[in-house]
Design a protein around this ligand. Structure first.
Ligand code: C5P
Length: 227
């Protein structure tokens, strides 16, 4: 059975405050989206890609897609809606593996992608790339003062990709929608079903390009990885 790759790329990237959505900004010679798709393809050339795009998108070029099997779907108003649109569009079997990766993470390594897939195969509740928190964590009070220090032990950053069996992921997101749970990643929807995805310690340079100064950082990471 194929591996299904869902890439939500229907966001506006407002925090970037650029003239076009951040996935179309250039890193070196190529738009962020193209870097991301090329990394995924290097790891999984046989996978079936589902790319979620804004229905009014004016920048996408199908020539950037290196996969031979792929389709585009219209994204929704939230990230979760875009992922659900993709799930609704694919003729997957219940036990097929589905990996979801944000277009805004172009620095994901091929080695981490392979590592994650092996964990998805081993763990019925799925798996996600993650990294342990390094900084001391503060909880702000209403005034913006440091109200408390949260123990850092056991705290992780959730990254993407995240991967699950098709049936579990559909059930988790349907349930989250029915309960009006605002989930910002797939794993939180699965956790809400009482199942616990495996945290897979990934590289620390799997940056999510979000703010303007992330572009220089992502450029430096890509250059360092090429060495
Ligand atoms: O804005 P943020 O980086 O949190 O978005 C995470 C990912 O979800 C991005 O890849 C973005 O393109 C995607 N997204 C989407 N549909 C939305 C909102 C965000 O596909 N409605």
């Amino acid at each position: 059975n194929p591996l299904w790759l869902i890439v939500p790329a229907a966001g506006q990237g407002r925090r970037m405050a650029a003239a076009k959505p951040k996935q179309y900004l250039a890193l070196g010679e190529k738009p962020i989206m193209r870097h991301t798709l090329e990394r995924l393809h290097a790891a999984f050339p046989e996978a079936h890609l589902v790319l979620c795009l804004d229905p009014d998108d004016q920048w996408f070029d199908p020539g950037w897609v290196p996969f031979s099997r792929w389709q585009r779907v219209d994204g929704g108003s939230e990230r979760m809606d875009s992922v659900m649109q993709a799930l609704a569009a694919i003729p997957a079997e219940p036990e097929d593996l589905v990996m979801v990766h944000d277009v805004a993470r172009p620095c994901v390594s091929v080695a981490d992608l392979g590592l994650l897939l092996s964990h998805m195969q081993m763990h019925p509740a799925g798996a996600l790339l993650a990294m342990p928190v390094a900084d001391t964590m503060k909880r702000a009070d209403d005034s913006g003062a440091s109200g408390a220090t949260e123990p850092r032990d056991g705290l992780w950053h959730a990254l993407t990709p995240q991967g699950f069996r098709f049936e579990l992921l559909c059930r988790a997101l349907d349930q989250a929608r029915a309960n009006q749970l605002m989930v910002t990643d797939e794993a939180s929807a699965v956790e809400a079903l009482g199942q616990y995805p495996r945290l897979v310690s990934g590289r620390r340079d799997n940056l999510k390009v979000t703010h303007p100064d992330d572009l220089a950082l992502a450029n430096a990471i890509l250059a360092a990885q090429q060495r």
